[in-house]
Design a protein around this ligand. Structure first.
Ligand SMILES: Nc1ncnc2c1ncn2[C@@H]1O[C@H](COP(=O)(O)OP(=O)(O)OP(=O)(O)O)[C@@H](O)[C@H]1O
Ligand SMILES: [Mg+2]
Length: 404
């Protein structure tokens, strides 16, 4: 017995991984390059240049907004490294402190986190928030450092702890000619959440807002390509698969989804002993969850449409190609109709079905020539595993008393 297990392990260990460095596809990894965020990095550098040229004489407060998964956190973290490196070179003490307010939740925890980033041995209990604010300033003064405090996902504490932000933004505002010790970058997805702040804090933060725009489909492609290049061995993923993944990702725009999708697809390819990722790996990776909206559409679809749709799925599955011509698919459709004793629909009726499927995002259609209606149309199933898709439709057909 033991022997068998050992061999099994040896087998697994012998297998070549398709990853060059798995960690580089991790969503928390901070890559050296941030394609399509260079402008934002340069803007941040301009805004905070004073921290280097005139140490401790200015305090910057800015707010960053933008949708989920579009590089707000990673860009600010990268900027933190650039800033501290530039400071170190010039013997200036700047302490970059990144606080995730979703994790810390209360102003007390946020303040403790800030203090412990400066003084690692600081005790976790026994102080009031006001004490902690004073301690922060004392610490920064005694160590002669400027803190750049990033309050990431700031909305999580705005609702219950407005005082904290007020105090932090005001910490050394009322006294002139004393060293400015704190700068703040707030990050929120939705700008409207800061409306709950008091007017003075609001006006402080609103002076500098940087809005991160969503990435375009092409930008998503470039970013994922870069992450795949540093994370995977060469030739593991093709450009056309990356393009398909970027199309899927661009619906929501969250790069995390793309990174996870690539990672999962590689794992699936490895489990199948493949040397490269193929379309089905991506489909399987993406199909762990069939969106509720898709199930809803299928459950409400009439039988003749379902029969045509399952013909597309079966045909694609058997052909193992990414896309098939409608002409080819029709052959499978006729077989399906025969098996289920259904009357085949007319060509133009089927063409209308395809237009519906397209609208419902079940398939995508590529036209090779526009003149002959449908003959040169290539059909592709977008982002559901064919196996899973087939099973779902089979189950629905079964409830209607139809077996294929
Ligand atoms: N330009 C880019 N180049 C390389 N990787 C990127 C880029 N933009 C985003 N990413 C990656 O995408 C993921 C999401 O980015 P990030 O965590 O910064 O999103 P966010 O805007 O802070 O989202 P949220 O509002 O949900 O916190 C991260 O893993 C990040 O490394
Ligand atoms: Mg973030």
């Amino acid at each position: 017995m033991i022997n068998i297990h050992m061999e099994y392990f040896e087998e697994l260990l012998k297998r070549d991984s398709l990853f060059k460095d798995e960690g580089k596809l991790d969503i928390n990894y901070i890559p050296d390059k941030l394609p399509h965020r260079e402008k934002e990095l340069s803007l941040l550098s301009q805004l905070f240049l004073g921290l280097i040229t005139n140490p401790n004489s200015i305090s910057r407060k800015i707010l960053i907004t933008g949708k989920t998964g579009i590089g707000k956190t990673v860009t600010v973290k990268r900027f933190g490294t650039l800033l501290t490196n530039a400071a170190i070179k010039r013997n200036i003490s700047i302490c970059y402190i990144h606080v995730n307010c979703r994790k810390e939740r209360t102003s007390y925890k946020v303040l403790i986190k800030i203090i412990r980033s400066i003084d690692h041995s600081f005790p976790k209990r026994g102080y009031s928030p006001q004490d902690l604010l004073d301690i922060i300033i004392d610490l920064l003064n005694s160590q002669d450092v400027h803190a750049l405090i990033v309050l990431d996902e700031l909305n999580y504490i705005i609702n219950n702890n407005n005082d904290l932000i007020y105090s932090l933004t005001r910490l050394n505002d009322d006294s002139f000619n004393i060293p400015q010790r704190i700068s703040i970058i707030g990050i929120v997805r939705d700008i409207s959440c800061i409306n709950n702040l008091d007017n003075s804090t609001l006006s402080t933060l609103q002076r500098n807002i940087i809005k991160f725009e969503k990435y375009s489909q092409e930008q998503i492609f470039n970013i994922l390509k870069y992450r795949a290049e540093i994370g995977l061995k060469s030739n593991v993923i093709t450009n056309s698969l990356l393009k398909i993944i970027s199309d899927i990702v661009s619906i929501k725009g969250d790069i995390r989804y793309g990174l996870n999708l690539i990672w999962k697809a590689v794992k699936i390819a490895e489990s199948k002993n493949l040397k490269t990722i193929n379309r089905e790996c991506v489909r399987l990776a993406n199909s762990d969850m069939v969106p509720f909206s898709t199930l809803d559409i299928l459950n409400n679809m009439n039988t003749s449409k379902l029969l045509f749709l399952i013909s597309i799925v079966i045909h694609l599955k058997n052909s193992q190609k990414n896309e098939n011509s409608l002409f080819e698919i029709l052959k499978t459709y006729l077989v399906v109709c025969e098996n289920t004793h259904a009357e085949p629909r007319s060509y133009s009726q089927l063409w209308n079905y395809i237009q519906d499927f397209k609208k419902e995002r079940l398939v995508s259609v590529r036209l090779q020539s526009k003149d002959i209606k449908g003959r040169k149309a290539f059909i592709e199933i977008l982002d559901i595993s064919l196996e899973k898709f087939e099973n779902i439709i089979l189950k629905i057909l079964k409830t209607k008393g139809i077996k294929i």
